[in-house]
Design a protein around this ligand. Structure first.
Ligand code: ARG
Length: 463
């Protein structure tokens, strides 16, 4: 029995007793790394193709291996594959299945390669595809933002600093701020992809291999930009996965901030927007409740992605060159980051274009809180007052308004002139919300004309 068990292992040769059952479970990764199977099979087919071209395998052997691997892929796709914990990981499960399927030739596949370069290759192939999916999902969210923004360029809401009413803005301007945040997230993902798309294959265990391999060829077959330049570095560093989790943490941080705004805006106190019922849930005790669960969950889930970034940084920080088994712990944080990011983006892509604005409530909120006070100060500056003095004058006018329970635009000309004789009847044009918006008519400003330009630019970027 024990004899059989040591024979089972693809590395069992030098062992004289079987692996402890607990250790077997403790060291195995197949329960979570099996999702790499497609990448693993693609990598193996490229490797076998190169071995044949280099004369290390015969063409016949390569064909047998390729056919066997394709059959295994079909089995796994169909759910007909028996994953075994005693075979430790996805790589050895597939290799053992290959030998079972095609016989001794299967044992030649691992020539000139190690699981160390194999796993690094697999993760990079897998992550590259996932980054493309994440980028497409970011684009879908951006499209949703633009489609909502298009109808809201003239909708006025209060802009906030310190969550206190600051200055009136176009609702679409606020939405397009979100667009820009996602735009940078997309750029970060694309940038990260460049460093993911480098081939470790051929680095073997750590030092390279004594076989005459062609690393350029496998890199090209797998769509990598180039082979990694140093074999030790190629098998050991997971900085590319850390970088992805860092970009994801920023993406989730953005989505968390936006979620926070959605939660605030849907509250009865603000009532700026409605989320469709399908994105909300009720309370089991309070019949009136409609809770913004989806944004709250996205906000909450940002925590686990930031946590995964910390896990990976900590995992990496004390590892000497080259490969260490610690690296097996890279997978679960990375995979959960991917799942969380993709789900959150999907929720956003569906939810954002379905937001319904309540322009009346936004408008009355913007009318409260002296949001055009800066406009009055700017007005006085244009009439020759220094900005600091104008600030002081308007501050006094605001204090008076608060006392009277009136907004600046509701004060009479006589009342306003008590604070500065430079104020004339035309002041009321700039004290209106629209006047305030239209005045900010420069690149990046909130004037509806500028916001429309920003939307046009965004649409051409997305097309
Ligand atoms: N399952 C391993 C991992 O995920 C594969 C590489 C194992 N290499 C080794 N020398 N034990 O990292």
């Amino acid at each position: 029995m024990s004899q059989d068990k040591t024979q089972d292992k693809l590395w069992g040769g030098r062992f004289s007793e079987p692996t402890d059952t607990f250790v077997e479970r403790f060291t195995a990764s197949v329960t979570f790394d099996q999702r790499l199977y497609l990448a693993d099979i693609q990598g193996s087919i490229a490797h076998a193709t190169m071995l044949a071209k280099s004369g290390i395998l015969t063409d016949q052997e390569c064909r047998q291996i390729t056919k066997g691997l394709e059959a295994i892929k079909a089995d796994i796709d169909a759910g007909n594959f028996n994953w075994s914990v005693s075979l430790e990981d996805v790589h050895m499960n597939i290799e053992a299945a290959l030998t079972e399927k095609i016989g001794g030739t299967g044992k030649k596949l691992h020539t000139g390669r190690s699981r160390n370069d194999q796993v690094a290759t697999d993760i990079r192939l897998y992550l590259r595809q996932e980054i493309d999916d994440v980028c497409a999902a970011i684009r879908a969210v951006q499209k949703g933002i633009v489609s909502l923004a298009e109808n809201e360029t003239n909708t006025v809401m209060p802009g906030f600093t310190h969550l206190q009413t600051a200055q009136p803005i176009s609702f679409a301007h606020h939405l397009m701020a979100w667009f820009e945040m996602f735009q940078r997230d997309h750029e970060r993902m694309q940038d990260c992809r460049k460093r993911v798309n480098v081939s470790p294959l051929g680095a073997a265990a750590l030092a390279g291999t004594s076989f005459p391999i062609d690393r350029e060829m496998t890199a090209e077959l797998l769509g990598f930009d180039k082979p990694a330049a140093n074999s030790l570095d190629a098998v050991s560093d997971r900085d590319f996965a850390i970088e992805f989790c860092a970009a994801s943490s920023l993406l989730m941080t953005h989505m968390s901030r936006i979620s926070e705004e959605l939660v605030i805006w849907t509250s009865a106190q603000f009532d700026f927007i409605d989320l469709p019922d399908r994105f909300c849930t009720g309370s089991s005790i309070m019949p009136q409740k409609k809770n913004p669960d989806v944004p709250e969950l996205v906000r909450g889930k940002s925590g686990r992605v930031v946590g995964h970034l910390m896990s990976l940084l900590t995992l990496m920080k004390s590892q000497p060159l080259a490969y260490n088994k610690d690296n097996q712990e890279d997978k679960e944080p990375l995979f959960d980051t991917l799942d969380t990011v993709k789900d959150s983006l999907k929720a956003f892509a569906d939810m954002i274009p379905a937001i319904k604005a309540n322009p009346g409530n936004m408008r009355s909120a913007a009318l409260k809180g002296y949001s055009t006070a800066t406009d009055l100060a700017d007005y006085l500056v244009r009439r020759g007052t220094a900005f600091r003095d104008a600030h002081e004058v308007v501050g006094k006018a605001v204090a008076y308004g608060i006392e009277q329970g009136k907004d600046l635009s509701e004060l009479s000309l006589e009342e306003l002139r008590n604070f500065s004789p430079d104020i004339e009847n035309d002041v009321f044009d700039i004290l209106t919300l629209e006047g305030s918006l239209n005045a900010r008519n420069h690149i990046g400003g909130t004037a509806p004309e500028q916001v429309k330009k920003a939307i046009t630019k965004a649409k051409s970027l997305l097309s």
